[in-house]
Design a protein. Structure first.
Length: 206
C-alpha cells in the first residue's frame, strides 16, 4: 500500500542496493530492488535513510542513490523573460539527424568503430517529450531547459564537480568500492549537474 504523501526523491541503481536497519554495517536488512523509487529523508555522513512507498524504511549508502529530477516550473510562476524555443529545437533536430546518419553508415559497414567515435565525438543530445512538455539539452549553454511549446526556462545547469567525500566509516567495504567506481566513472564522463531557480537570471537566448 502506497503512503498518500509519498514523493520519491531518488531511485535505486540498476544493480540494486544493500540496506541496513541502522547506519551500522553489522545490521544488514533486505536489499532494495533495482530502480525502486525511494524518498531520502535523513543523512548521516555518507549514510542515507530512505523510505519506500509502503512506508518501509532502511539505511543505505546515500552516494549510490540516483536523484529524480524535480518538477518543471509551475504555470503560476511565469518567467521574467521568454525565450523562443524554435532555434534550440532546430539545433537538437540537426544534431540528432547527424547522429542518425553516422549510425546508419556504421550499421551499413561504411564506417568503422573508430571513425564513428570520431564523427560523433563532442555531440551531446538530450530530449524528453511528455505530451506538451519537452525537456531539451542546450549544449551551447550547457544546461537542460524546460519547454511548454511557447517558451524555455532553465531546468538544470552544469557546474563544477563536487569535491570527493572521504570514505564512509560505517559503510560495508563492498559498498565503498561500488561507490568509488560510480564516482570515478561519473567524473570521467561528465560534470556534476546543479538545479537552478526560475528567476530568469540564468537563462540565455534559447
Amino acid at each position: 500500500m502506497t503512503t498518500p504523501d509519498f514523493r520519491p526523491t531518488h531511485v535505486v541503481p540498476k544493480d540494486g542496493l544493500a540496506a541496513w536497519e541502522t547506519p551500522d554495517p553489522s545490521r544488514p536488512t533486505v536489499p532494495l530492488d533495482a530502480l525502486l523509487p525511494v524518498q531520502l529523508v535523513d543523512r548521516f555522513g555518507d549514510w542515507g535513510r530512505i523510505v519506500c512507498a509502503n512506508g518501509w524504511s532502511a539505511w543505505v549508502d546515500g552516494r549510490l542513490l540516483i536523484a529524480v529530477p524535480q518538477a518543471p516550473p509551475a504555470a503560476s510562476s511565469p518567467l521574467t523573460r521568454t525565450a523562443d524555443p524554435r532555434p534550440l529545437l532546430a539545433r537538437v533536430e540537426e544534431a540528432l539527424t547527424n547522429y542518425r546518419s553516422a549510425a546508419e553508415e556504421l550499421a551499413a559497414g561504411q564506417l568503422d568503430g573508430e571513425s564513428f567515435r570520431d564523427r560523433t565525438q563532442g555531440q551531446r543530445i538530450g530530449v524528453v517529450v511528455d505530451g506538451e512538455s519537452v525537456w531539451l539539452y542546450d549544449g551551447e549553454h550547457e544546461r537542460w531547459v524546460y519547454c511548454d511549446g511557447t517558451r524555455l526556462s532553465t531546468f538544470a545547469a552544469e557546474g563544477d564537480p563536487a569535491s570527493a567525500r572521504p570514505e564512509p566509516t560505517g559503510v560495508a567495504p563492498e559498498a565503498q568500492g561500488q561507490a568509488k567506481g560510480v564516482q570515478e566513472s561519473a567524473a570521467e564522463s561528465r560534470e556534476a549537474t546543479r538545479l537552478v531557480t526560475y528567476d530568469g537570471d540564468d537563462q540565455g537566448d534559447g
